[in-house]
Design a protein around this ligand. Structure first.
Ligand code: HEM
Length: 156
């Protein structure tokens, strides 16, 4: 079986993004958010997402925007929480795996995962579990305690 290629630049990003949004548009949980609630202009959204992922992966896509605000706006119209972000991620990862394989393919999936968590946490005001003191190791707890003690001193 031929080994799938990795994501090497913009041409692969375009293939990935196009494939992913084909899936999204017909998805029973997410399709209507894009098609009906946001009435997305695909001619504008797809190139913006090429830029976005090129910026994330290769730092040269020139994306400028505010992903948090774009999604926070949707909350007024529909549920946008763990169930929706999990589905988004499943479709994204399936799209990557269907087309690509390699370090950049792995990296883009990790980035998508991290950003889905951040966007979900920010718009729904969920505390980031990585910074919940209950989840810290004893060593991290000690460092955090020292930081807090030190922060009080250095503020004066
Ligand atoms: C359930 C999950 C999600 C839904 C329903 C959703 C939906 C949308 C919609 C409707 C827009 C606005 C499109 C437009 O009107 O042009 C948008 C923009 C965008 N989304 Fe998502 N999205 C989701 C998750 C994500 C995730 C996880 C990421 C990042 C990894 C992401 C990245 C972006 C970016 C970069 C924009 C453009 C923001 C801007 O205007 O600069 N989305 N999304």
């Amino acid at each position: 079986m031929p080994v799938a290629q990795d994501i090497e630049g913009r041409p692969e990003i375009i293939r990935l993004v196009d494939h992913f949004y084909q899936r999204i548009r017909t998805d029973d949980l997410l399709g209507f958010i894009f098609n009906d609630l946001a009435a997305v202009n695909w001619d504008a959204h797809l190139p913006k997402m090429y830029d976005f992922w090129q910026t994330v992966l290769f730092r040269d896509g020139g994306y400028k925007g505010d992903p948090i605000a774009a999604h926070a706006k949707l909350l007024a119209k529909t549920d946008l929480g763990k169930e929706q972000f999990d589905r988004w991620l499943t479709l994204f990862e399936e799209s990557v795996d269907a087309l690509f394989q390699g370090p950049n393919a792995d990296h883009i999936k990790r980035c998508a995962h991290d950003m889905a968590n951040v966007i979900n946490a920010r718009i729904n005001k969920i505390p980031d579990p990585r910074f919940d003191p209950a989840n810290l190791t004893p060593e991290q707890k000690a460092r955090y305690a020292a930081y807090k003690a030190g922060a009080g001193d250095s503020a004066s």
